[in-house]
Design a protein around this ligand. Structure first.
Ligand code: COA
Length: 379
């Protein structure tokens, strides 16, 4: 059998699969750049809608541009009746699955669902990004046998989400923490879900299809599904003096410690730092959150020490999911919703990558190395 396949590393580690102006992950130095800004410069200082404008339009908006984008997205928050039906049908499903099902229905309201022009992509990007928090909030309330609360247009996206899920206007510090979280996770180089979105877009398929596929890639525990288990771990450990024995037992059973390790970062994930500060601010407001935050700090130090001993040379450091768990828990969210919350922020990045890939207009089509038998006969 002849083959001109050149072997790529397992998991495509280190392979550059696209050029992008959106974000850059420097795993050696622990630096994340989004649209030209470091994540520390950006998250907490620029609101989610403005950050989405940066990714979709290439620059931070001026006041008029921000007002326009924010009001356009506020108008798009309401869910079509069919989408609500799907969410009701998916009441018992995990929120990320309900979001994937609902996402697929959102192409129905678009003027031309199959168009891939920059204008059509932007319209679809605004719609999905505006609707995702409404989907997650509606699904949560239906699961609690409550009626969904209709979105308000006068609140920013994050504040409106907390209003819809808790039924009252949130404390400004809670809305700010959620906004910071969504900006922190909105884009992150060529991660698995972004790659999925770009592969789908590269076939000239539409933005909604690409984001629906990306949601499927995000939900796995090796990607976006870790913060729920991080919270379970902290609650099971319960107090700092149990941490070492608990962590060692996990490793001896061959299990991974959630919230640690990263394919690209070999130092502390810079997003963990941003979210640790956001969690600390929330902790100052409430004693219960403060206690969990203090426990997390101690578990983090113990885990780093135990991992360095058990996996020498692997450089397993704290990743974004560790402090995500604390921020989302402090906002009164159910751990089952954590992956879907990640998706609400990341969708802005997926959409930007789809816009970029459609402009690039080049099919992504790698090859495989055949390792099966040859020459078999049926009879
Ligand atoms: N706990 C314990 N061991 C871990 C680990 C963790 N969190 N992460 C990696 N390792 C170990 C692996 O078991 C492997 O050990 P081995 O060489 O003795 O077999 C080694 O470190 C390398 O792991 P590998 O799977 O090749 O690394 P990766 O780059 O493919 O994995 C992750 C990256 C994120 C998938 C991995 O670190 C992980 O599973 N982390 C926990 C889940 C998590 O927090 N996910 C959120 C990511 S943002």
């Amino acid at each position: 059998m002849s083959s001109n396949v050149t072997g790529a590393p397992r998991g495509l580690e280190g392979v550059v699969a696209a050029q992008t102006r959106l974000s850059h992950v420097d795993g050696k130095n622990g630096v994340l750049i989004v649209g030209g800004y470091t994540i520390e410069e950006f998250a907490g200082h620029v609101g989610f809608e403005a950050a989405a404008h940066l990714l979709w339009r290439g620059h931070l908006p001026d006041r008029a541009e921000l007002t326009k984008l924010s009001s356009q997205m506020a108008e798009l928050r309401e869910l079509p009746a069919l989408t609500l039906e799907v969410i009701r049908g998916a009441a018992a499903a995990p929120p990320i699955d309900a979001l994937r099902m609902a996402c697929a229905t959102l192409s129905l309201g678009l003027a031309d669902p199959n168009a891939i022009t920059p204008e059509a992509d932007l319209a679809a990007a605004m719609r999905l990004t505006a609707c995702f928090p409404t989907v997650v909030a509606a699904h949560a309330r239906i699961g609690r046998k409550q009626e969904p609360i209709r979105p308000r247009k006068d609140l920013p996206l994050a504040a409106n989400f907390l209003y819809m899920i808790h039924g009252k206007e949130p404390d400004p510090s809670a809305a700010q923490a959620l906004d910071t979280y969504w900006v922190t996770v909105m884009d992150h180089g060529m991660n698995a879900s972004t790659f999925t979105a770009r592969v789908i877009a590269s076939t000239r398929s539409d933005l909604v299809s690409a984001v629906t596929g990306a949601l499927g890639a995000l939900k796995g525990p090796l990607h976006g599904g870790a913060p729920g288990p991080v919270l379970d771990m902290l609650l099971e450990i319960g107090s700092a003096d149990h941490a070492e024995a608990w962590l060692r037992n996990e490793l001896s059973q061959g299990r991974r410690i959630m919230g640690f390790g990263h394919r690209v970062y070999k130092v502390r994930d810079p997003r963990a730092e941003v979210l640790s500060r956001a969690a600390e601010r929330l902790g100052k407001a409430q004693m219960e959150n403060r206690q969990l935050y203090d426990l997390a700090l101690q578990v983090e130090q113990t885990a780093l020490r135990v991992l360095a001993e058990a996996k020498p040379g692997r450089n397993l450091r704290t990743n974004v999911e560790f402090y995500t768990a604390l921020v989302l828990q402090a906002l009164g969210l159910d751990p089952r919703q954590f992956v879907a919350m990640f998706a609400c922020g990341r969708t802005a990045g997926w959409c930007a990558h789809v816009i970029e890939q459609h402009a690039e207009d080049h099919l992504i089509r790698p090859q495989s190395e055949y390792i099966g038998p040859v020459g078999l006969k049926i009879s």
